[in-house]
Design a protein around this ligand. Structure first.
Ligand SMILES: [Ca+2]
Ligand SMILES: [Ca+2]
Length: 192
């Protein structure tokens, strides 16, 4: 696979990415050079992605969370991230507007990709996020957020749904935008 393509981003992908992400052409070229350096094959595997992630969370178990993030970025479901998927992911998680980030969060929580979030899916993702939190920080969490189970209850209550009901993307985004606690519960940011 290594020598099958030239070193440049194809014009088609470049136009696509400019449209989707609003990154400039220069920025995209810059990302592409970094990408090629880190990943000469042009594709990031799930294992490579997990390794990158675990470097950010050296004291915790980031594997499950990294798998979910990988799944949400691998839009064509071929088991690897190509440059286009990678740059869109970067855009969603770092520089995107709040709504874009919440759309991404929805795809993270929608584990089976059927367009709805169930309480079981919230449970799965909350558990994987909880594993990112170092034990000494868990001690300082509010009493109603200091176990994965409590976080699931708190987050699910935001959507005002029955336990066996499901949440659409619009309901998910609306719920999160109307509740500061909820925004905190769907992520773990080691810098704050
Ligand atoms: Ca892919
Ligand atoms: Ca689902």
């Amino acid at each position: 696979m290594g020598n099958s393509k030239s070193g440049a981003v194809s014009k088609e992908i470049l136009e696509d990415l400019k449209l989707i992400t609003k990154f400039s052409e220069t920025e995209i070229y810059h990302w592409y050079e970094n990408f090629k350096k880190q990943c000469p094959s042009g594709r990031i595997t799930r294992e490579e992605f997990q390794n990158i992630y675990s470097k950010f969370f050296p004291d915790c178990d980031a594997n499950t969370y990294a798998q979910h993030v990988f799944r949400s970025f691998d839009t064509n479901e071929d088991g690897t991230l190509d440059f286009k998927e990678y740059i869109i992911a970067l855009h969603m998680t770092s520089t995107g507007r709040t709504t874009k980030k919440l759309e991404w969060a929805f795809s993270l929580f929608d584990v089976d990709k059927n367009g709805y979030i169930t309480k079981a899916e919230v449970t799965e993702i909350c558990a994987s996020i909880f594993k990112l939190i170092p034990p000494d920080e868990v001690e300082d969490l509010p009493d109603d957020e200091n176990t994965p189970e409590k976080r699931v209850e708190k987050l699910w209550n935001v959507f005002e749904k029955a336990d066996n009901d499901r949440v659409t993307e619009a309901e998910f985004i609306k719920g999160l935008l109307s509740n500061e606690d909820a925004l905190r519960l769907i992520q773990y940011d080691p810098l704050t």
